[in-house]
Design a protein around this ligand. Structure first.
Ligand code: GUN
Length: 723
């Protein structure tokens, strides 16, 4: 898209066959960067659709396009329908001409007006037909608004009525993309049902409805609950829109939970009241002498200059300011998704407002404790009696954790106790705790007292003791980690104050963690490595052994075995036998660069940046041959713990795609016909054809559910084809 003399080229329409499709281009857990394909351009998400009131255009839509680069906006078809002048113009020349806006236009249906004013005169089919007639890109059906004060039975009928209307609206919409809002008030069960059932209908986008009164009262915990109940039950290939949500303070948390589109009139409404939006809350122009954030619109004015302006001038200027701040926070979130730090941003922002903190703490503590069964429609009657949540919606924390990419590059910045409940750390721990197995029966030696890289500090010592019957662990601020994985992120790269590494081991905690590693009733010998003077002597005395020869190969083998088990899900006995006669090429800094088998075939290369491991074609063939499982069928997903030692997940692709994949091309969504239940984004996978023959090695970009639903975008990034 080009800017010239202050104007910007009109958007290029998407390909006809892609219209309505949504693809993911980058992800960070459930947060995603996406592209929504529409007739008036491909919209990059997450993004904000500013609300345009067709009667009062505080900032001209054309300016939004030309100056602010806004790719999509939302207006209200009911307002246009009600006003003859607007209606006639829209019918005659289309909504894009009416607004003088070339980008994607979404319209709402009048549901919100029915919530505010009691009723609307327009019919269910009529409003969809009208939106179609005026040429909108994404129309909205007339859903039934669910208020937070409504009783269970009332909300239930609204959800069911919305479902019925959904079917009718889809039949009317033809080729116009359609929003299918998710209702359900404060009842998670009903939100889950609404999400599941609406996903079965052919909608293109799912807004989360009925949340405006919740946000107005700053009930952010309720908002988080609603979001989890909806998102974890929605088809993942449909973008999710937050109806009426435009306060930048909420973006990071909602994006981390998978929100793609936001709309809001907040930028104007707040401006009218002299209020400024910031990522940490709202400030009043009446109270400030300095701008909270400097933005292009106000560079020539101080707050006191603005206070002196007339009402209209002030509203326009503050609307621009609010829009700029909002767009800035949205960009920040998008970059955080690219950087893998969106959760960290949400965590930081949660400290800005007590209600947001409450929501975040609920999110990181409560859902993880709930062991819930998937909900079925018939079970709803039980909840009807009490009107209370029965806790039968899916295990939502798992839904957040299962989408996390691990291991990842870059440091893990310490954020206090919140660090321990980051979902990607949970995922990394789940992998290590379920797949790592002890190989020694003796005592545990626990090194503590210093930060990574530990190999520089005690690598030499470890070479002398690693072949003895001791299990070696290192204490880190996020838990203990086996020596073989000492360079694995996040444990190896935690950025925080130095005192984090000073603390002495808490033995109860350590025993607890060892239990989780499957190590029971063993003596723990702590070794403080903060001071390396006389360390060898001290350790030999402590262990009661004589100084021994070094055994560097044993150390290297144990590292590769541990990595194969944890990162490629290889059975420990198989990993050991594969590494028995292995030889190693080392880097100048003494790290393993390549691993060869006894015949000199290159099998694996550790990834130095995050402590991962890459398979070569030979290595992949070996792991492929070791498989004892059947070829996967379908796209179910289950816990990692149920599939330990079954090898890297297999992704089965359509035979049409097979030759391309074998040639090293990426696997595209739509060509995957099945995958293993333990497939997770970021994991090393083997791509096979329908007979199970190896085609390529890659990194999955998706969960099984995503493979099942997406039809556009990269499904597996292929590292190497296997000719
Ligand atoms: N705008 C704000 N909330 C809603 C909602 O629940 N439904 C619709 N259609 N529009 C909205």
């Amino acid at each position: 898209m080009k800017w010239q003399n202050g104007t910007r080229d009109d958007p290029v329409s998407c390909r006809e066959k892609d219209r309505g499709k949504f693809e993911i281009t980058a992800r960070d857990g459930q947060a995603r960067l996406g592209r929504l394909h529409t007739k008036h351009g491909i919209v990059d998400t997450p993004c904000l659709l500013p609300v345009i009131n067709p009667n009062i255009r505080t900032i001209e839509p054309r300016e939004m396009w030309d100056k602010y680069g806004i790719q999509a906006l939302i207006t209200n078809s009911y307002v246009i329908w009600k006003h003859d002048k607007l209606k006639d113009e829209a019918i005659k020349n289309g909504v894009h001409s009416l607004l003088d806006y070339p980008g994607m236009v979404m319209t709402d249906s009048g549901t919100f007006q029915s919530y505010v004013y009691g009723d609307v005169e327009v019919g269910v089919e009529e409003i969809v037909q009208f939106q179609k007639d005026i040429g909108v890109d994404v129309a909205t059906m007339l859903d039934v608004f669910t208020r937070p004060d409504m009783k269970f039975s009332e909300v239930e009928s609204a959800v069911m009525e919305t479902l019925d209307r959904g079917q009718i609206s889809i039949e009317t919409s033809g080729d116009v993309m359609l929003n299918g809002p998710i209702q359900g008030g404060l009842f998670s069960d009903l939100r889950a049902i609404s999400a599941k059932e609406m996903s079965k209908l052919e909608f293109n986008v799912h807004p989360i409805g009925g949340i405006v009164p919740i946000m107005e009262k700053q009930k952010y915990k309720d908002l988080a609950k609603i979001m989890l109940a909806c998102k974890s039950n929605l088809a993942p290939n449909r973008p999710v829109h937050m109806f009426g949500c435009g306060h930048p303070m909420l973006f990071p948390m909602l994006i981390a939970m998978g929100a793609d589109l936001f709309d809001s009139a907040a930028y104007v409404l707040f401006a009218r009241d002299g209020r400024l939006l910031t990522p940490w809350g709202t400030e009043k122009i009446a109270d400030i002498e300095e701008w909270p954030i400097l933005m292009p619109s106000i560079t020539h004015f101080s707050p006191s200059d603005v206070r002196k302006m007339n009402k209209e001038e002030k509203t326009i200027l503050l609307s621009k300011y609010n829009l700029e701040v909002t767009l800035q926070e949205m960009s920040r979130c998008r970059q955080a998704v690219r950087d893998g730090t969106i959760w960290r941003l949400a965590e930081r922002r949660s400290h800005e407002h007590p209600a947001l903190r409450e929501a975040f703490l609920w999110l990181t503590t409560n859902p993880s404790k709930m062991k819930m069964q998937p909900l079925i429609l018939d079970e709803i009657s039980a909840s009807k009696e009490t009107g209370k949540e029965k806790g039968r919606w899916e295990e939502n924390w798992d839904w957040l954790v299962n989408s996390q990419l691990t291991p990842r590059g870059g440091g893990e910045s310490w954020g206090g106790n919140d660090t321990l409940s980051r979902p990607h750390i949970d995922m990394a721990k789940r992998k290590i705790l379920s797949r790592w197995l002890s190989r020694k029966s003796g005592d545990v030696v626990l090194f503590h007292g210093t930060s990574a890289p530990w190999r520089d500090k005690i690598g030499d010592l470890v070479e002398r003791i690693c072949w003895l019957d001791y299990e070696l662990f290192i204490q880190t601020p996020i838990g203990i980690v086996p020596w073989g994985l000492e360079d694995l992120n996040p444990w190896a790269h935690i950025e925080g104050p130095s005192w984090l590494w000073d603390s002495k081991p808490d033995f109860n905690k350590v025993q607890n963690e060892l239990e989780q590693y499957g190590i029971h009733n063993r003596k723990v010998i702590p070794v403080d490595i903060s001071d390396t003077e006389d360390l060898h002597k001290r350790v030999f005395e402590l262990l009661g052994i004589e100084p021994t020869e070094r055994n560097p190969d044993d150390k290297k083998r144990s590292q590769i075995v541990d990595k194969l088990c944890v990162l490629c899900n290889v059975k420990q006995s198989e990993a050991i036998s594969m590494c028995e006669d292995a030889t190693f090429v080392m880097s100048r800094t003494g790290r393993i660069r390549n691993v060869f088998d006894s015949k000199g075939e290159h099998l694996f290369s550790p990834r130095l940046a995050e402590g991962g491991i890459s398979l070569t074609v030979n290595g992949a063939r070996k792991l492929h041959q070791l498989r004892n499982e059947k070829i996967p069928q379908g796209f179910s997903s289950s816990k990692l713990i149920n599939h330990v030692g079954k090898g890297p997940a297999w992704i089965v692709v359509d035979d049409d795609a097979a030759p391309f994949v074998k040639d090293g091309r990426n696997v595209m969504h739509g060509f995957v016909i099945a995958c293993d239940e333990w497939t997770r984004p970021g994991e090393t996978v083997l791509v096979v054809n329908s007979s199970g023959e190896l085609l390529a090695i890659g990194r999955s970009q998706s969960t099984p559910q995503e493979f099942a639903t997406f039809t556009k975008g990269i499904a597996v990034k292929v590292r190497e084809g296997c000719p």
